[in-house]
Design a protein. Structure first.
Length: 223
């Protein structure tokens, strides 16, 4: 990203390829709007961190209205108020997801070795969001969270929080090429699709951006 170190990207390829070795990879059907089935436990090994793509420079398109959406987190369990009306809804049709973000964010997709990542960032790159999807039904949400955080060399502060069946959150801090960053990460595990979204900001901006980071993650919906 501009003027500061980027988070790891190729770790995604290694994580998901490692999971893929445990069970045949099949493109599953679109994730159901209902509660996810629980997954059997499966051991996972954290890969080594690698490099990441640059921050997007293309303005994020607004999502077209959809008749039905599946919210990952029920309103009753959200810790933040609904996104302001002037926020933008950004969508990735390949993943079948959308998020609400402050206006004027940039968004784009990057692909490496067949693994695609949805990247979104504030115009000043103060906040950067990465979204991945994996169709291996074996790893649990906690195993995926541990693998991603470990591969980044980050530290989760406290315990992860399970807010719904298959949906967990964690936050913490880490060092990326000598610079301190803070992050929030969400793992949303469905029967056939596992979604991972994490948002980062410089550590000294964590207090300022804390509520916004959570609010963005809580706006996650399937389309």
């Amino acid at each position: 990203m501009k003027n500061r170190a980027l988070l790891s990207f190729a770790f995604v390829v290694l994580i998901f390829l490692a999971f893929a070795c445990k069970a045949p990879q099949q493109a599953g059907p679109a994730a159901p709007a209902g509660t996810a089935d629980k997954k059997p436990a499966a051991a996972s090994k954290a890969p080594e961190p690698k490099a990441t793509p640059a921050a997007p420079t293309k303005t994020a398109p607004e999502a077209a209205p959809k008749p039905e959406k599946a919210e990952a987190l029920p309103d009753a369990k959200k810790s933040q108020p609904p996104a302001p009306k002037d926020w933008t809804t950004i969508v990735n049709k390949d993943f079948g997801i959308q998020f609400k973000v402050p206006a004027h964010w940039n968004a784009d997709s990057s692909e490496q070795d067949g693994v695609q990542m949805f990247v979104a960032a504030s115009p000043d790159n103060d906040l950067e969001m990465y979204v991945l999807v994996n169709k291996d039904p074996n790893p649990t949400a906690k195993e995926i969270l541990d693998a991603v955080v470990d591969s980044l060399g980050f530290h989760v502060e406290g315990e992860f929080k399970q807010v719904a069946d298959g949906l967990i959150y964690a936050h913490g801090k880490g060092t990326d090429k000598g610079k301190q960053v803070g992050f929030y990460i969400m793992v949303y595990a469905y029967e056939h699709n596992n979604y991972v979204a994490f948002i980062t900001t410089p550590s000294d901006h964590m207090d300022k951006n804390d509520e916004t980071m959570i609010q963005i993650l809580e706006s996650f919906e399937l389309i």
